[in-house]
Ligand binder design. Structure first.
Ligand code: AMP
Length: 193
């Protein structure tokens, strides 16, 4: 099984690259942000709890995220592999993911980080706000999301570095070129395994 986690701050292009990767490697896409937005749209209890935090730029508690991931993995137990987008975002989530994948007799193949300077991230997110109108794409909320990322998500990098599973890619420039670099990296990892 090929299991990839895409890593990077808000606006780094995880969503766009995910769509290309699931197509190329036939992976099941699991985006916790999309799942949460769907719960909010359906006005579920979990969605309403999450909305208050998302609108402030804060992370949703690990317990809620783990519930969502567990049920999604169970639904897609016959998948050839998973692409995790926006997950794991805390060290606790990363270590729970290890246990969950172990139950499927598999593990995370790699975490790939998209590197983009902060000024460019802000520019992209404000541009996206005009196009998509996401309630958490205001400048104030974006800055809160960057802060959460630095405090809670960056340590996830060390978790995978210590397991030799962390790789980074330049997330600036042409989308297709970024995708090519990412594919080369993944093909190398698949060959090795
Ligand atoms: P995203 O679309 O991935 O940028 O996620 C939007 C928001 O959903 C984030 O700012 C968080 O509030 C919440 N969220 C998404 N994924 C997670 C996660 N793995 N852990 C905690 N909160 C999350």
């Amino acid at each position: 099984m090929l299991n990839i986690a895409l890593f990077g701050p808000p606006g780094s292009g995880k969503g766009t690259q995910s769509n290309l990767l699931i197509d190329r490697y036939k992976l099941e896409h699991i985006s916790t942000g999309d799942i949460l937005r769907n719960q909010i749209e359906r006005k579920t209890d979990l969605g309403m709890q999450a909305k208050q935090l998302i609108d402030k730029g804060q992370l949703v508690p690990d317990e809620l995220i783990v519930q969502l991931i567990e049920s999604r993995l169970a639904e897609k137990a016959d998948a050839d592999g998973f692409l995790f987008d926006g997950f794991p975002r805390t060290v606790a989530q990363a270590s729970i993911l290890e246990d969950m994948l172990l139950k499927f007799n598999t593990s995370l193949s790699c975490m790939i980080s998209l590197e983009v300077p902060q000024e460019e991230l802000l520019r992209r997110l404000l541009e996206r706000a005009v196009i998509q109108g996401r309630s958490d794409d205001t400048e104030e909320v974006i800055l809160a999301r960057f802060k959460e990322y630095e405090q809670k998500t960056l340590p996830v990098m060390d978790f995978y570095k210590s397991r030799d599973k962390f790789f980074s890619i330049n997330g600036m420039g042409d989308l297709k070129k970024i995708f090519e670099s990412m594919s080369e990296l993944i093909d190398g990892i698949v060959k090795k395994s």
